[in-house]
Design a protein around this ligand. Structure first.
Ligand code: FAD
Length: 462
Protein backbone atom coordinates (compact mmCIF):
# COMPACT_ATOMS: atom_id res chain seq x y z
CA UNK A 1 0.00 0.00 0.00
CA UNK A 2 1.51 3.34 1.03
CA UNK A 3 5.28 3.35 0.85
CA UNK A 4 7.49 6.32 1.71
CA UNK A 5 7.95 8.89 -0.98
CA UNK A 6 11.25 8.66 -2.77
CA UNK A 7 14.05 10.71 -1.31
CA UNK A 8 13.92 13.22 -4.16
CA UNK A 9 10.53 14.28 -2.85
CA UNK A 10 11.49 14.47 0.81
CA UNK A 11 11.43 17.85 2.49
CA UNK A 12 11.00 21.18 0.76
CA UNK A 13 8.14 22.70 -1.09
CA UNK A 14 6.33 20.57 -3.64
CA UNK A 15 4.30 21.58 -6.64
CA UNK A 16 1.10 19.54 -6.21
CA UNK A 17 -1.52 19.04 -8.90
CA UNK A 18 -4.94 18.00 -7.60
CA UNK A 19 -7.37 16.45 -10.07
CA UNK A 20 -10.96 17.42 -9.31
CA UNK A 21 -12.27 20.43 -7.43
CA UNK A 22 -15.05 18.74 -5.45
CA UNK A 23 -15.09 19.00 -1.66
CA UNK A 24 -12.37 16.36 -1.33
CA UNK A 25 -9.96 18.03 -3.76
CA UNK A 26 -10.54 21.46 -2.22
CA UNK A 27 -10.19 20.21 1.37
CA UNK A 28 -6.89 18.50 0.60
CA UNK A 29 -5.69 21.54 -1.37
CA UNK A 30 -6.22 23.71 1.74
CA UNK A 31 -4.28 21.30 3.94
CA UNK A 32 -1.34 20.87 1.57
CA UNK A 33 -1.12 24.59 0.75
CA UNK A 34 -1.26 25.22 4.51
CA UNK A 35 2.00 23.25 4.72
CA UNK A 36 3.53 25.60 2.17
CA UNK A 37 3.19 23.50 -0.99
CA UNK A 38 2.26 25.15 -4.29
CA UNK A 39 -1.10 23.64 -5.12
CA UNK A 40 -3.10 23.75 -8.36
CA UNK A 41 -6.59 22.24 -8.59
CA UNK A 42 -7.95 21.20 -12.00
CA UNK A 43 -11.73 21.06 -12.26
CA UNK A 44 -13.54 20.17 -15.47
CA UNK A 45 -16.70 22.02 -14.48
CA UNK A 46 -17.38 24.25 -11.47
CA UNK A 47 -15.61 23.94 -8.13
CA UNK A 48 -17.75 22.09 -5.58
CA UNK A 49 -18.48 18.94 -7.57
CA UNK A 50 -21.70 17.44 -6.23
CA UNK A 51 -22.22 20.51 -4.05
CA UNK A 52 -23.10 23.27 -6.48
CA UNK A 53 -25.31 26.31 -6.59
CA UNK A 54 -28.25 26.34 -8.97
CA UNK A 55 -30.95 28.95 -9.57
CA UNK A 56 -34.64 28.18 -9.97
CA UNK A 57 -37.68 30.42 -9.61
CA UNK A 58 -35.52 33.29 -8.34
CA UNK A 59 -34.13 31.16 -5.48
CA UNK A 60 -30.65 29.79 -5.04
CA UNK A 61 -30.37 26.05 -4.29
CA UNK A 62 -27.33 24.27 -2.87
CA UNK A 63 -27.39 20.87 -4.54
CA UNK A 64 -25.94 17.60 -3.26
CA UNK A 65 -25.32 17.21 0.46
CA UNK A 66 -28.06 18.52 2.71
CA UNK A 67 -27.21 17.02 6.13
CA UNK A 68 -23.97 17.89 7.92
CA UNK A 69 -23.21 15.11 10.42
CA UNK A 70 -20.27 14.20 12.67
CA UNK A 71 -19.15 17.84 12.99
CA UNK A 72 -16.16 16.65 15.04
CA UNK A 73 -14.46 15.78 11.75
CA UNK A 74 -14.94 19.34 10.51
CA UNK A 75 -13.52 20.63 13.81
CA UNK A 76 -10.47 18.37 13.36
CA UNK A 77 -10.04 19.75 9.84
CA UNK A 78 -10.22 23.35 11.14
CA UNK A 79 -7.78 22.56 13.92
CA UNK A 80 -5.24 21.19 11.44
CA UNK A 81 -5.65 24.35 9.36
CA UNK A 82 -5.48 26.63 12.40
CA UNK A 83 -8.81 28.24 11.54
CA UNK A 84 -11.86 29.18 13.59
CA UNK A 85 -15.24 27.81 12.48
CA UNK A 86 -16.92 30.19 10.05
CA UNK A 87 -19.83 27.85 9.19
CA UNK A 88 -22.14 28.58 12.10
CA UNK A 89 -23.60 25.07 12.04
CA UNK A 90 -27.27 25.10 13.04
CA UNK A 91 -29.07 22.00 14.34
CA UNK A 92 -31.69 20.88 11.85
CA UNK A 93 -35.15 20.66 13.48
CA UNK A 94 -36.26 17.04 13.72
CA UNK A 95 -32.75 15.56 13.37
CA UNK A 96 -32.72 12.77 10.79
CA UNK A 97 -36.42 13.34 10.14
CA UNK A 98 -39.70 11.50 10.16
CA UNK A 99 -39.40 8.06 8.50
CA UNK A 100 -42.63 6.90 6.85
CA UNK A 101 -42.12 3.14 7.17
CA UNK A 102 -44.88 0.75 5.97
CA UNK A 103 -45.33 -0.06 9.68
CA UNK A 104 -45.95 3.53 10.72
CA UNK A 105 -44.06 6.81 10.98
CA UNK A 106 -40.84 6.76 13.01
CA UNK A 107 -39.04 9.97 13.99
CA UNK A 108 -35.27 9.59 14.33
CA UNK A 109 -34.12 10.29 16.95
CA UNK A 110 -37.18 8.82 18.66
CA UNK A 111 -38.42 11.41 21.17
CA UNK A 112 -39.13 10.56 24.83
CA UNK A 113 -42.64 9.26 25.38
CA UNK A 114 -42.94 7.81 21.86
CA UNK A 115 -44.11 4.15 21.79
CA UNK A 116 -40.67 3.20 20.37
CA UNK A 117 -38.79 5.18 23.01
CA UNK A 118 -37.68 2.17 25.08
CA UNK A 119 -36.42 0.26 22.01
CA UNK A 120 -34.64 3.38 20.75
CA UNK A 121 -32.95 3.91 24.11
CA UNK A 122 -31.83 0.27 24.21
CA UNK A 123 -30.41 0.68 20.69
CA UNK A 124 -28.56 3.88 21.67
CA UNK A 125 -27.19 2.25 24.81
CA UNK A 126 -25.79 -0.61 22.73
CA UNK A 127 -24.08 1.78 20.28
CA UNK A 128 -22.93 4.35 22.88
CA UNK A 129 -19.46 2.81 23.58
CA UNK A 130 -18.54 3.54 19.95
CA UNK A 131 -19.57 7.21 20.09
CA UNK A 132 -16.25 8.65 21.39
CA UNK A 133 -14.37 6.58 18.78
CA UNK A 134 -16.29 7.58 15.68
CA UNK A 135 -14.33 10.74 14.85
CA UNK A 136 -10.97 8.98 15.37
CA UNK A 137 -12.27 6.20 13.09
CA UNK A 138 -13.16 8.75 10.42
CA UNK A 139 -9.84 10.59 10.47
CA UNK A 140 -7.30 7.84 11.15
CA UNK A 141 -5.81 5.74 8.34
CA UNK A 142 -6.80 2.07 8.74
CA UNK A 143 -3.46 0.69 9.87
CA UNK A 144 -3.00 -2.13 12.28
CA UNK A 145 0.13 -0.44 13.61
CA UNK A 146 -1.75 2.69 14.67
CA UNK A 147 -2.95 2.51 18.31
CA UNK A 148 -5.68 5.12 17.68
CA UNK A 149 -7.08 3.08 14.80
CA UNK A 150 -6.80 -0.13 16.82
CA UNK A 151 -8.68 1.36 19.78
CA UNK A 152 -11.40 2.76 17.53
CA UNK A 153 -11.81 -0.40 15.45
CA UNK A 154 -11.93 -2.52 18.63
CA UNK A 155 -14.79 -0.33 19.85
CA UNK A 156 -16.54 -0.87 16.51
CA UNK A 157 -16.12 -4.65 16.62
CA UNK A 158 -17.34 -4.71 20.22
CA UNK A 159 -20.64 -3.21 19.03
CA UNK A 160 -21.12 -4.98 15.69
CA UNK A 161 -19.92 -8.37 16.95
CA UNK A 162 -19.84 -11.07 14.27
CA UNK A 163 -22.20 -9.19 11.92
CA UNK A 164 -20.65 -8.03 8.69
CA UNK A 165 -23.63 -6.23 7.19
CA UNK A 166 -26.12 -3.66 8.41
CA UNK A 167 -28.95 -6.13 7.71
CA UNK A 168 -27.26 -8.89 9.72
CA UNK A 169 -26.76 -6.61 12.72
CA UNK A 170 -30.30 -5.18 12.62
CA UNK A 171 -31.90 -8.65 12.43
CA UNK A 172 -29.89 -9.85 15.40
CA UNK A 173 -31.17 -7.00 17.58
CA UNK A 174 -34.85 -7.98 17.20
CA UNK A 175 -35.97 -4.36 17.13
CA UNK A 176 -39.66 -3.58 16.75
CA UNK A 177 -40.23 -3.87 12.97
CA UNK A 178 -40.97 -0.16 12.39
CA UNK A 179 -37.76 0.91 14.13
CA UNK A 180 -35.77 -1.76 12.24
CA UNK A 181 -37.20 -0.47 8.95
CA UNK A 182 -36.27 3.13 9.75
CA UNK A 183 -32.74 2.14 10.80
CA UNK A 184 -32.28 0.09 7.61
CA UNK A 185 -32.78 3.28 5.62
CA UNK A 186 -29.46 4.62 6.84
CA UNK A 187 -27.50 1.85 5.14
CA UNK A 188 -28.15 4.05 2.12
CA UNK A 189 -25.64 6.49 3.65
CA UNK A 190 -23.15 4.06 2.14
CA UNK A 191 -25.08 4.12 -1.12
CA UNK A 192 -25.99 0.47 -0.55
CA UNK A 193 -28.92 -1.67 0.52
CA UNK A 194 -28.73 -2.91 4.14
CA UNK A 195 -27.76 -6.41 2.96
CA UNK A 196 -24.68 -4.94 1.24
CA UNK A 197 -23.70 -2.11 3.59
CA UNK A 198 -21.14 -2.66 6.37
CA UNK A 199 -22.69 -3.15 9.83
CA UNK A 200 -21.46 0.29 10.94
CA UNK A 201 -24.19 1.90 8.84
CA UNK A 202 -26.86 0.32 11.05
CA UNK A 203 -25.39 2.30 13.94
CA UNK A 204 -25.57 5.70 12.26
CA UNK A 205 -28.97 6.86 13.58
CA UNK A 206 -27.82 6.19 17.15
CA UNK A 207 -24.39 7.76 16.58
CA UNK A 208 -25.85 10.85 14.93
CA UNK A 209 -28.89 11.17 17.20
CA UNK A 210 -30.07 14.76 17.02
CA UNK A 211 -26.65 16.00 15.85
CA UNK A 212 -27.74 16.89 12.34
CA UNK A 213 -26.63 20.30 11.17
CA UNK A 214 -26.61 22.72 8.29
CA UNK A 215 -24.43 25.83 7.97
CA UNK A 216 -26.36 28.99 8.87
CA UNK A 217 -25.95 30.32 5.33
CA UNK A 218 -26.84 26.99 3.67
CA UNK A 219 -24.64 24.10 2.56
CA UNK A 220 -23.07 26.25 -0.16
CA UNK A 221 -21.23 28.11 2.61
CA UNK A 222 -19.04 25.04 3.02
CA UNK A 223 -17.90 25.49 -0.56
CA UNK A 224 -17.34 29.24 -0.06
CA UNK A 225 -15.32 28.58 3.08
CA UNK A 226 -13.12 25.93 1.44
CA UNK A 227 -12.52 28.20 -1.56
CA UNK A 228 -11.70 31.06 0.84
CA UNK A 229 -9.22 28.92 2.83
CA UNK A 230 -7.67 27.77 -0.45
CA UNK A 231 -7.33 31.30 -1.85
CA UNK A 232 -5.78 32.54 1.39
CA UNK A 233 -3.12 29.83 1.05
CA UNK A 234 -2.38 30.61 -2.57
CA UNK A 235 -4.11 27.61 -4.18
CA UNK A 236 -4.79 28.07 -7.91
CA UNK A 237 -8.23 26.63 -8.74
CA UNK A 238 -8.62 26.13 -12.49
CA UNK A 239 -12.33 25.78 -13.25
CA UNK A 240 -13.41 24.51 -16.66
CA UNK A 241 -10.08 22.72 -17.16
CA UNK A 242 -10.48 18.98 -17.69
CA UNK A 243 -7.65 16.54 -17.17
CA UNK A 244 -7.64 14.36 -20.27
CA UNK A 245 -4.62 12.16 -19.55
CA UNK A 246 -2.51 11.30 -16.51
CA UNK A 247 1.09 10.13 -16.84
CA UNK A 248 2.00 9.08 -13.35
CA UNK A 249 5.60 8.15 -14.21
CA UNK A 250 6.40 11.76 -15.02
CA UNK A 251 3.55 13.26 -12.93
CA UNK A 252 2.30 15.05 -16.00
CA UNK A 253 -1.26 15.98 -16.85
CA UNK A 254 -2.70 16.61 -20.28
CA UNK A 255 -5.37 19.26 -20.01
CA UNK A 256 -8.32 20.21 -22.18
CA UNK A 257 -7.12 22.84 -24.63
CA UNK A 258 -3.96 20.85 -25.30
CA UNK A 259 -1.77 22.19 -22.49
CA UNK A 260 0.42 19.97 -20.33
CA UNK A 261 1.08 20.50 -16.62
CA UNK A 262 3.90 18.89 -14.67
CA UNK A 263 3.96 18.68 -10.88
CA UNK A 264 6.16 17.02 -8.27
CA UNK A 265 3.15 15.16 -6.97
CA UNK A 266 -0.36 14.41 -8.22
CA UNK A 267 -3.38 13.70 -6.06
CA UNK A 268 -6.54 12.48 -7.70
CA UNK A 269 -9.80 13.56 -6.10
CA UNK A 270 -11.71 11.87 -8.94
CA UNK A 271 -13.65 8.68 -8.91
CA UNK A 272 -11.01 5.87 -9.11
CA UNK A 273 -12.57 4.42 -12.30
CA UNK A 274 -12.32 7.80 -13.97
CA UNK A 275 -8.71 8.06 -12.93
CA UNK A 276 -7.93 4.57 -14.21
CA UNK A 277 -9.26 5.49 -17.64
CA UNK A 278 -7.22 8.69 -17.65
CA UNK A 279 -4.14 6.56 -16.93
CA UNK A 280 -4.98 4.31 -19.85
CA UNK A 281 -5.85 1.38 -17.56
CA UNK A 282 -8.83 -0.93 -17.86
CA UNK A 283 -11.60 -0.21 -15.41
CA UNK A 284 -14.62 -2.46 -15.12
CA UNK A 285 -17.75 -1.37 -13.29
CA UNK A 286 -20.70 -3.78 -13.55
CA UNK A 287 -24.03 -2.19 -12.59
CA UNK A 288 -24.51 -4.73 -9.78
CA UNK A 289 -21.29 -3.50 -8.15
CA UNK A 290 -22.13 0.18 -8.06
CA UNK A 291 -23.50 2.31 -5.27
CA UNK A 292 -26.78 4.04 -5.98
CA UNK A 293 -27.39 7.12 -8.08
CA UNK A 294 -30.26 9.53 -7.70
CA UNK A 295 -32.64 12.05 -9.13
CA UNK A 296 -32.35 15.29 -7.18
CA UNK A 297 -35.34 17.57 -7.69
CA UNK A 298 -35.21 21.18 -6.53
CA UNK A 299 -38.42 23.20 -6.56
CA UNK A 300 -39.10 26.88 -5.89
CA UNK A 301 -42.58 26.91 -4.33
CA UNK A 302 -44.91 29.92 -4.36
CA UNK A 303 -45.12 29.66 -0.57
CA UNK A 304 -43.48 27.58 2.19
CA UNK A 305 -44.48 23.91 2.15
CA UNK A 306 -46.41 22.65 5.20
CA UNK A 307 -43.71 20.03 5.84
CA UNK A 308 -41.09 19.35 8.49
CA UNK A 309 -37.42 20.03 7.65
CA UNK A 310 -36.76 16.39 6.72
CA UNK A 311 -39.11 13.57 5.73
CA UNK A 312 -37.87 10.13 4.70
CA UNK A 313 -39.83 7.58 2.69
CA UNK A 314 -37.97 4.27 2.77
CA UNK A 315 -38.64 1.60 0.16
CA UNK A 316 -41.49 -0.56 1.42
CA UNK A 317 -39.42 -3.72 0.90
CA UNK A 318 -35.63 -3.56 1.00
CA UNK A 319 -35.17 -6.90 -0.74
CA UNK A 320 -37.23 -5.80 -3.75
CA UNK A 321 -35.38 -2.49 -3.72
CA UNK A 322 -31.99 -4.26 -3.65
CA UNK A 323 -32.87 -6.62 -6.50
CA UNK A 324 -33.97 -3.70 -8.67
CA UNK A 325 -30.98 -1.45 -7.89
CA UNK A 326 -28.44 -4.23 -8.50
CA UNK A 327 -29.98 -5.18 -11.83
CA UNK A 328 -30.27 -1.57 -12.98
CA UNK A 329 -34.07 -1.62 -12.87
CA UNK A 330 -36.20 1.14 -11.37
CA UNK A 331 -37.48 0.07 -7.93
CA UNK A 332 -41.29 0.11 -7.54
CA UNK A 333 -40.96 2.41 -4.54
CA UNK A 334 -37.61 3.92 -3.83
CA UNK A 335 -36.00 5.75 -0.96
CA UNK A 336 -37.06 9.39 -1.08
CA UNK A 337 -35.63 12.17 1.10
CA UNK A 338 -37.61 15.36 1.27
CA UNK A 339 -36.13 18.58 2.62
CA UNK A 340 -38.32 21.63 3.08
CA UNK A 341 -36.92 25.03 3.94
CA UNK A 342 -39.17 28.01 3.40
CA UNK A 343 -40.08 28.12 -0.30
CA UNK A 344 -37.33 25.66 -1.15
CA UNK A 345 -38.19 22.02 -1.59
CA UNK A 346 -35.73 19.23 -2.39
CA UNK A 347 -36.87 15.70 -3.23
CA UNK A 348 -34.05 13.19 -3.62
CA UNK A 349 -35.06 9.89 -5.22
CA UNK A 350 -32.65 6.97 -5.05
CA UNK A 351 -32.13 5.39 -8.49
CA UNK A 352 -29.92 2.68 -9.98
CA UNK A 353 -26.59 3.89 -11.34
CA UNK A 354 -27.35 3.46 -15.03
CA UNK A 355 -26.74 7.06 -16.18
CA UNK A 356 -30.33 7.36 -17.31
CA UNK A 357 -31.66 10.86 -18.00
CA UNK A 358 -34.51 10.40 -15.54
CA UNK A 359 -36.05 13.84 -15.95
CA UNK A 360 -39.24 15.22 -14.43
CA UNK A 361 -41.33 13.93 -17.33
CA UNK A 362 -40.20 10.32 -16.90
CA UNK A 363 -43.14 8.12 -15.76
CA UNK A 364 -41.08 6.53 -12.94
CA UNK A 365 -40.08 9.95 -11.60
CA UNK A 366 -43.66 11.19 -11.84
CA UNK A 367 -44.88 8.05 -10.02
CA UNK A 368 -42.33 8.43 -7.21
CA UNK A 369 -43.14 12.13 -6.79
CA UNK A 370 -46.86 11.28 -6.58
CA UNK A 371 -46.11 8.64 -3.96
CA UNK A 372 -44.15 11.20 -1.92
CA UNK A 373 -46.88 13.84 -2.22
CA UNK A 374 -49.60 11.33 -1.32
CA UNK A 375 -47.71 10.05 1.72
CA UNK A 376 -46.88 13.55 2.97
CA UNK A 377 -50.41 14.80 2.34
CA UNK A 378 -49.39 17.48 -0.17
CA UNK A 379 -50.86 16.34 -3.52
CA UNK A 380 -49.82 18.46 -6.49
CA UNK A 381 -47.10 20.28 -4.47
CA UNK A 382 -44.44 20.02 -7.17
CA UNK A 383 -46.86 21.01 -9.94
CA UNK A 384 -47.54 24.22 -8.00
CA UNK A 385 -43.86 25.21 -8.07
CA UNK A 386 -42.70 28.35 -9.87
CA UNK A 387 -39.76 26.42 -11.29
CA UNK A 388 -38.32 22.94 -10.85
CA UNK A 389 -34.95 21.56 -11.84
CA UNK A 390 -33.67 18.01 -11.71
CA UNK A 391 -30.19 16.51 -11.62
CA UNK A 392 -30.31 12.96 -12.93
CA UNK A 393 -28.03 9.89 -12.97
CA UNK A 394 -26.85 11.14 -16.37
CA UNK A 395 -25.62 14.34 -14.68
CA UNK A 396 -23.84 12.43 -11.88
CA UNK A 397 -22.20 10.14 -14.43
CA UNK A 398 -20.76 13.10 -16.35
CA UNK A 399 -18.21 13.93 -13.64
CA UNK A 400 -18.22 10.82 -11.48
CA UNK A 401 -18.43 7.03 -11.44
CA UNK A 402 -19.97 5.18 -14.41
CA UNK A 403 -23.74 5.23 -14.24
CA UNK A 404 -23.66 8.17 -11.82
CA UNK A 405 -23.01 6.03 -8.73
CA UNK A 406 -22.81 8.72 -6.08
CA UNK A 407 -20.38 6.89 -3.79
CA UNK A 408 -18.49 5.10 -6.55
CA UNK A 409 -18.03 1.35 -6.72
CA UNK A 410 -19.78 -0.87 -4.17
CA UNK A 411 -16.90 -2.35 -2.24
CA UNK A 412 -17.15 -5.73 -0.54
CA UNK A 413 -18.17 -5.22 3.11
CA UNK A 414 -14.71 -5.96 4.45
CA UNK A 415 -13.35 -3.07 2.37
CA UNK A 416 -16.24 -0.72 3.10
CA UNK A 417 -16.83 1.63 6.01
CA UNK A 418 -13.86 2.88 7.96
CA UNK A 419 -11.90 -0.41 7.86
CA UNK A 420 -10.91 0.30 4.31
CA UNK A 421 -7.51 -0.90 3.21
CA UNK A 422 -7.50 1.61 0.38
CA UNK A 423 -4.57 2.27 -1.87
CA UNK A 424 -3.90 5.91 -1.03
CA UNK A 425 -0.75 5.80 -3.07
CA UNK A 426 -1.14 4.36 -6.55
CA UNK A 427 2.31 5.20 -7.90
CA UNK A 428 5.35 6.95 -6.42
CA UNK A 429 3.97 10.38 -7.29
CA UNK A 430 0.26 9.66 -7.55
CA UNK A 431 -2.05 9.57 -4.54
CA UNK A 432 -5.82 9.60 -4.25
CA UNK A 433 -8.54 10.98 -1.98
CA UNK A 434 -12.31 11.54 -2.11
CA UNK A 435 -15.69 9.83 -2.10
CA UNK A 436 -14.59 6.78 -4.09
CA UNK A 437 -11.69 6.12 -1.70
CA UNK A 438 -13.43 6.80 1.60
CA UNK A 439 -16.49 4.59 1.55
CA UNK A 440 -19.80 6.18 2.31
CA UNK A 441 -18.05 9.34 1.13
CA UNK A 442 -20.35 11.94 2.60
CA UNK A 443 -18.84 15.11 4.03
CA UNK A 444 -17.39 13.47 7.17
CA UNK A 445 -15.72 10.66 5.19
CA UNK A 446 -14.37 13.13 2.66
CA UNK A 447 -12.95 15.60 5.16
CA UNK A 448 -11.62 12.70 7.21
CA UNK A 449 -10.03 11.24 4.09
CA UNK A 450 -8.35 14.56 3.29
CA UNK A 451 -6.94 14.64 6.83
CA UNK A 452 -5.66 11.07 6.43
CA UNK A 453 -3.95 11.74 3.11
CA UNK A 454 -2.48 15.02 4.33
CA UNK A 455 -1.12 13.22 7.40
CA UNK A 456 0.29 10.29 5.42
CA UNK A 457 1.97 12.59 2.91
CA UNK A 458 3.58 14.71 5.58
CA UNK A 459 4.77 11.68 7.60
CA UNK A 460 6.36 10.18 4.51
CA UNK A 461 8.16 13.39 3.81
CA UNK A 462 9.74 13.78 7.21
C1 FAD B 1 -28.12 14.16 -4.07
C2 FAD B 1 -26.99 13.98 -3.10
C3 FAD B 1 -27.24 14.08 -1.74
C4 FAD B 1 -26.20 13.94 -0.82
N1 FAD B 1 -26.47 14.10 0.51
C5 FAD B 1 -25.45 14.13 1.40
C6 FAD B 1 -25.68 14.52 2.75
O1 FAD B 1 -26.80 14.84 3.14
N2 FAD B 1 -24.62 14.54 3.60
C7 FAD B 1 -23.34 14.23 3.19
O2 FAD B 1 -22.41 14.28 4.00
N3 FAD B 1 -23.10 13.87 1.91
C8 FAD B 1 -24.12 13.83 1.01
N4 FAD B 1 -23.87 13.53 -0.30
C9 FAD B 1 -22.53 13.07 -0.68
C10 FAD B 1 -21.55 14.21 -0.92
O3 FAD B 1 -22.15 15.29 -1.56
C11 FAD B 1 -20.45 13.69 -1.82
O4 FAD B 1 -19.96 12.47 -1.33
C12 FAD B 1 -19.29 14.67 -1.94
O5 FAD B 1 -19.75 15.95 -2.30
C13 FAD B 1 -18.29 14.12 -2.95
O6 FAD B 1 -17.16 14.95 -3.00
P1 FAD B 1 -15.88 14.54 -3.87
O7 FAD B 1 -15.02 15.73 -3.89
O8 FAD B 1 -15.28 13.28 -3.38
O9 FAD B 1 -16.46 14.17 -5.31
P2 FAD B 1 -17.15 15.09 -6.41
O10 FAD B 1 -18.02 16.11 -5.78
O11 FAD B 1 -17.76 14.16 -7.38
O12 FAD B 1 -15.91 15.84 -7.06
C14 FAD B 1 -15.15 15.31 -8.10
C15 FAD B 1 -14.83 16.46 -9.04
O13 FAD B 1 -13.95 15.99 -10.05
C16 FAD B 1 -14.32 16.66 -11.24
N5 FAD B 1 -13.76 15.91 -12.38
C17 FAD B 1 -14.15 14.71 -12.85
N6 FAD B 1 -13.38 14.34 -13.89
C18 FAD B 1 -12.47 15.32 -14.06
C19 FAD B 1 -11.37 15.51 -14.96
N7 FAD B 1 -11.08 14.59 -15.88
N8 FAD B 1 -10.64 16.65 -14.86
C20 FAD B 1 -10.92 17.58 -13.91
N9 FAD B 1 -11.95 17.45 -13.03
C21 FAD B 1 -12.70 16.33 -13.10
C22 FAD B 1 -15.82 16.67 -11.21
O14 FAD B 1 -16.37 17.66 -12.08
C23 FAD B 1 -16.08 17.00 -9.74
O15 FAD B 1 -16.17 18.39 -9.49
C24 FAD B 1 -24.90 13.67 -1.26
C25 FAD B 1 -24.64 13.56 -2.63
C26 FAD B 1 -25.67 13.73 -3.54
C27 FAD B 1 -25.37 13.65 -5.00
Amino acid sequence: MDRPLKSDLSGGILGVGILGGGLAGLALACLLAGRGHRVSVYERDRAGGKLRREEAGGLSFDTGPSLFTFPGVWMAFLERLGEADPLGLQPLPGGLGLHYTPLGPVPLPVPPGHPLDAAWRAYCAKVRPLAPQIVPLLITPPRLTDPVFLRASRALFAVVGPHLTAEGWIRAQQFPPALAHAIRTHALNAGLSPADAPALYALIPALVGAEVYRPAGGMGTLLDVLLGFAAARGVAVWEGVEVTRVRSATSTLALSGGEMARHDLLVSALDPHRLARLRGLRAHSPTSKRTVSGVAIYAALPEPAPLPATSVLPPSDFQTFRTAIRSGALPPDTLALVHAEGRRLAVLLTAPATARPLGLGHPWVRGQVERVERRLGVPGLLASADEVLALTPEHYAAGGHPGGAIYGAALPVWRGGPLHPQPYRLAPRLWQVGAGIHPGGGIPAILGGALMVDGLLSQHRR
